[in-house]
Design a binder for this molecule. Structure first.
Ligand code: SF4
Length: 456
C-alpha cells in the first residue's frame, strides 16, 4: 500500500487556492499508477478548497480510500481497511467516508449493502461526485475535471520531495478482454483525453519545475483511437516533446498489438522520449497467450522489442509475467522462461495467477497447485537476478545521466533515462538536477556512483 503524496505545485493553469479552513483529509491508495494519479487529483481538489493533508485517519475530517481489484489480495485489503474504519465512523458519524477506484464501478448497490457505513461511492471517472460530501467544492469556478493531476514517484518513498516527475493519465479504460483481467469490467471502454488538455497540463507542470512526465493508461498506446481527427500517440508524443523545458517523457502501460513501427520510430526521433520500453508479454507460450486472449504471439512481442533496440540503441525493457495460468504445463512455463532468458529484460513485474470473479478464466479450474506457482515464480526471480546482474555489470565504469528525484537513506537517488535506479553521495542541493554519475558499483537492482561534471 502506498499513499498518494500531495505535491505543493501550482501550475499556471490552476485556479486560486482558497484559504485554509482547518479541515484535514486522509487518502489511502492501493493499486497502479492510474490510482496514484487519481488520488493525487482528489488531494489537489481538496487542497484547492482549503483542506490540509493528514497521515492519520483518526485525525481526518474526510477519509478517501482508492481501491484496486486486479488481485483478490488487493480487494481483501480494501475490505479490511473499510471494516477497520467502521470504528471511526461510529465515533464520528459526521465524517464522510468515501470509496473510489476500480472496486466501485458498476457495483454500487452491492457495495452499499456490504459497507453501509460508507457515505459515498464514486466512479473514478466522475470526480464531481465528491461535491456531495465536500460542499466547499461548489465554490470552485473551474470544471473539476480540468484540475491537473499531480503525482510523485512513490516507488522511491519520496513523498514530500516531489516536483521533479509527474504522472498524467491520458486514456482511461480498456477495449481488450484478456481472460484473466477485471479491468475492462470496472474501468469501461477506452476513453482518451483531448490532446490539447494534456498538453496544457504538461505545460503547467513544466512551468512549475517538473522535468519528467509519464503518460498513463491501461493501454496507453491505444491513445487517440477513439478520437477521430485528433491524432494518436505519436502526435501526442510530438506535441509534448515540443514543450520547452521538458527533459524526459515516458508512457506506460503499452499493449504489444498497438506498439506500431510509427510509435517506436517516433520514440527514437524525439529528444525527450526515454529509451525505455514497457511492454507486458504475460507468457511465452502461444497457446497460453491465446487462452489469455492477449491477441498476439511471442514472436510479435519479440519483434517489437528488437525493433525498439534497433531504433534506440541501449533501450531498456520492462515486462509483466503471470505464472501458473490455468492449464499451464511445465513445457509451456519453460517457454516463458526461455523467452525471458533470450529477451534479457531489465525489469520483470511478476505475478502468480489468481482468479478474479467475473472474468472468463475464473470459470476454468485454477489447477496449478500453489507450491508449483511459487516454484515457477522463484525460477523467474532467480533468472531475472542473473540477467540484471549481467546487464548492470557492463555499466561499471561508465557515466550515466541521472535525474535526481530525492534523498533516500542519506543519499541522492534518481533514475537514468532507461529507468535504472542510481544512488550517489553529494553535499550539494541537487533535487531536480540532471547529474552525470560515474558508476563505481553495480547490483542487480541499482547502480551506485560518484557525480562527475556540473549538474544542470
Ligand atoms: S490489456 Fe488486458 S490485461 Fe491490460 S487492462 Fe486490458 S484487459 Fe486487462
Amino acid at each position: 500500500m502506498v499513499s498518494a503524496p500531495v505535491i505543493q505545485l501550482r501550475p499556471a493553469t490552476s485556479p486560486a487556492r482558497m484559504a485554509p479552513n482547518g479541515k484535514r483529509f486522509f487518502i489511502w491508495t492501493i493499486g497502479c499508477q492510474m490510482n496514484e494519479a487519481d488520488s493525487a487529483k482528489v488531494a489537489a481538489m481538496l487542497q484547492e478548497v482549503g483542506y490540509r493533508r493528514t497521515e492519520d485517519e483518526n485525525d481526518a475530517d474526510i477519509v478517501v480510500l482508492n481501491s484496486c481489484v486486479v488481485r483478490q489480495a488487493s480487494e481483501d485489503k480494501v475490505a479490511g481497511k473499510l471494516n477497520a474504519l467502521a470504528r471511526i465512523k461510529r465515533e464520528r458519524p459526521g465524517m464522510p467516508l468515501v470509496l473510489t477506484g476500480c472496486m466501485v464501478t458498476n457495483q454500487q448497490d452491492a457495495l452499499r449493502q456490504r459497507f453501509p457505513h460508507v457515505d459515498l461511492f464514486f466512479d473514478p471517472s466522475d470526480f464531481g461526485q465528491l461535491r456531495r460530501v465536500v460542499p466547499e467544492l461548489d465554490d470552485l469556478d473551474d470544471d473539476l475535471a480540468d484540475l491537473p493531476h499531480y503525482y510523485a514517484p512513490e516507488s522511491l518513498g519520496l513523498a514530500g520531495q516531489a516536483g521533479v516527475t509527474a504522472y498524467i493519465p491520458i486514456i482511461y479504460g480498456c477495449n481488450f478482454l484478456c481472460s484473466y483481467c477485471i479491468v475492462p469490467y470496472r474501468r469501461g471502454q477506452e476513453t482518451s483525453r483531448p490532446l490539447a488538455d494534456i498538453v496544457r497540463e504538461v505545460e503547467g507542470l513544466v512551468a512549475s519545475g517538473v522535468r519528467e512526465v509519464t503518460l498513463l493508461g491501461q493501454t496507453v498506446n491505444a491513445y487517440g483511437r477513439d478520437l477521430p481527427g485528433e491524432g494518436q500517440l505519436p502526435a501526442l508524443l510530438r506535441a509534448v516533446d515540443a514543450i520547452p523545458g521538458l527533459e524526459r517523457l515516458r508512457f506506460l502501460t503499452s499493449h504489444p498489438k498497438y506498439m506500431s513501427d510509427e510509435i517506436i520510430d517516433t520514440m527514437g526521433e524525439l529528444d525527450s522520449t526515454c529509451e525505455h520500453m514497457n511492454l507486458p508479454v504475460q507468457a511465452g507460450d502461444n497457446e497460453i497467450l491465446r487462452r489469455m486472449r492477449r491477441t498476439y504471439t511471442r514472436d510479435l512481442w519479440l519483434d517489437r522489442i528488437e525493433r525498439s533496440r534497433r531504433v534506440m540503441p541501449g533501450c531498456t525493457v520492462a515486462t509483466d509475467i503471470i505464472v501458473g495460468f490455468p492449464g499451464e504445463t511445465d513445457a509451456q512455463f519453460q517457454q516463458t522462461y526461455d523467452l525471458l532468458a533470450d529477451a534479457r529484460c531489465d525489469k520483470v513485474h511478476l505475478a502468480m495467477y489468481s482468479p478474479r470473479p467475473g472474468t472468463l478464466s475464473a470459470r476454468w479450474e485454477d489447477d496449478i497447485p500453489q507450491e508449483e506457482k511459487s516454484r515457477r515464480h522463484r525460477a523467474i526471480e532467480a533468472l531475472q537476478e542473473e540477467v540484471c546482474t549481467g546487464l548492470n555489470a557492463v555499466r561499471l565504469g561508465t557515466a550515466v545521466e541521472v535525474l535526481v528525484e530525492g534523498r533516500a537513506k542519506g543519499r541522492w537517488t534518481g533514475r537514468t533515462r532507461g529507468n535504472t535506479l542510481v544512488h550517489f553521495d553529494d553535499d550539494r542541493e541537487l533535487l531536480g538536477k540532471l547529474v552525470d554519475v560515474h558508476v563505481t558499483r553495480t547490483s542487480p537492482w541499482f547502480l551506485m556512483g560518484e557525480p562527475a561534471g556540473l549538474p544542470r
